[in-house]
Design a protein around this ligand. Structure first.
Ligand SMILES: NC(=O)C1=CN([C@@H]2O[C@H](COP(=O)(O)OP(=O)(O)OC[C@H]3O[C@@H](n4cnc5c(N)ncnc54)[C@H](O)[C@@H]3O)[C@@H](O)[C@H]2O)C=CC1
Ligand SMILES: O=C([O-])CC(=O)C(=O)O
Length: 364
């Protein structure tokens, strides 16, 4: 949209004590982007008192649609959404422009100074396709965007990759942005985590907010392992294990797992489009907990760079149970893994190792 080089100067409002945080959303003209940007602008991601400056990136064919999203953000008059001043220098002349958001097809402009990057841009899976089918298109996008983030994002920028294959795209981003700390690059498995909470809440007729500590292990794919062995439900007589309350191991080891694994495909079948509002909401949950911390006694699932914990393959982005505090995630250690779970952790880990090889073969 604009190729003019500029400096960013943050506009500060005297009534807002906090410095604005710059949040990049790639693929912002797409359907997740459309659901996500108003959530960010309303404070769902970073809190109701945290001003934000939105950076939206899409590709030239989507430029007009991206501009439409920008117009709607102006029209929504979100108080938390801060504009930025662009000072354009041209010989002795100086022009000052105030932009409500950065909406651009220029990846460098989009990445400049961002503190948080939500990487949604890519080609979505259509009915009948597996995530592997979109691999070759998407990993090359993540390779090139890695360099832009590495060179232009704020130091310590936190990245969550949403676009599929999410774990492997995140790994490629990490490999091609070696100066970004590996801890800062994650992928979204929170949607699967939330889906698992939702299934348990429906089964037990309890509020979803009373269910906690499910785990999504491994890949954001149909090999993921939704594990309830450590999950609990808040009841009037204290927290009780999910297994004790459900009293149906056949369901928990069978239909429950496949429902969560296949939920993305079920949504595509029903809507003819993949999940968008739930994906956007999960991306907000992921970043909020990472930045602001998980509640005491609660963990969440995040795809993070594996150190080999729980004998998962090291060197892939694998979903683990994590707690967050002071802006850092930590893998929950010491959970018992039974034989049934072991096989599932290994299966999804093997798929990630295979995807990693496939991704490299697509890039060579
Ligand atoms: N991890 C998760 O839990 C979930 C992941 N997804 C994935 O998220 C991705 C986005 O899904 P939707 O928003 O439904 O797709 P969409 O097709 O509606 O939007 C994708 C947007 O990305 C843009 N795009 C393509 N190449 C780009 C590039 N190089 N740079 C910037 N933008 C680019 C497209 O122009 C489009 O506007 C898909 O890969 C989908 O499979 C979807 C749901 C859940
Ligand atoms: O299945 C898809 O392609 C979209 C997705 O990742 C999900 O809904 O979990």
């Amino acid at each position: 949209m604009t190729s003019v080089r500029h400096r960013f100067v943050v506009l500060r409002s005297p009534s807002m004590a906090k410095e604005p945080v710059r949040v990049l959303v790639t693929g912002a003209a797409g359907q997740i982007g459309y659901a996500l940007v108003p959530m960010i602008a309303r404070g769902v991601m970073l809190g109701a008192d945290q001003p934000v400056i939105l950076h939206m990136l899409d590709i030239p064919p989507a430029e007009e649609a991206l501009n439409g999203v920008k117009m709607e953000l102006v029209d929504a008059a979100f108080p938390l959404l801060k504009g930025c001043i662009f000072i354009i220098m041209w010989f002795k002349f100086q022009m000052v422009l105030l932009r409500c958001v950065v909406a651009t097809t220029d990846v460098v402009e989009a990445c400049t100074g961002v503190n948080i990057a939500v990487m949604v841009g890519g080609f979505p899976r259509k009915e009948g396709m597996e995530r592997k089918d979109v691999m070759s298109k998407n990993v090359s996008i993540y390779k090139s965007q890695a360099s832009a983030l590495e060179q232009h994002a704020a130091p310590n920028c936190k990245v969550v990759v949403v676009a599929n294959p999410a774990n492997t795209n995140a790994l490629i981003l990490k490999e091609f942005a070696p100066s970004i700390p590996a801890k800062n690059i994650t992928c979204l498995t929170r949607l699967d985590h939330n889906r698992a909470l939702g299934q348990i809440s429906e089964k037990l007729n309890v509020q979803v907010s009373d269910v906690k500590n499910v785990i999504i292990w491994g890949n954001h794919s149909s090999t993921q392992y939704p594990d309830v062995n450590h999950a609990t439900v808040k009841t009037p007589s204290g927290e009780k294990p999910v297994r004790e309350l459900v009293k149906d191991d056949a369901w928990l080891n069978g239909e429950f797992i496949t429902t969560v694994q296949q939920r993305g495909a079920a949504i595509i079948k029903a809507r003819k489009l993949s999940s968008a509002l739930s994906a956007a909401s999960a991306a907000c949950d992921h970043i909020r907990d990472w930045v602001l911390g998980t509640p005491e006694g609660t963990w969440v699932s995040m795809g993070v760079y594996s150190d080999g914990s729980y004998n998962a393959p090291a060197g892939v982005i694998y979903s683990f149970p994590v707690t967050c505090g002071n802006g850092e995630w930590t893998i929950v250690q010491g959970l018992a893994i039974d034989e049934f779970s072991r096989k599932k952790l290994d299966l999804t880990g093997a798929e990630l190792t295979e995807e990693k090889e496939l991704a490299y073969s697509c890039l060579s």
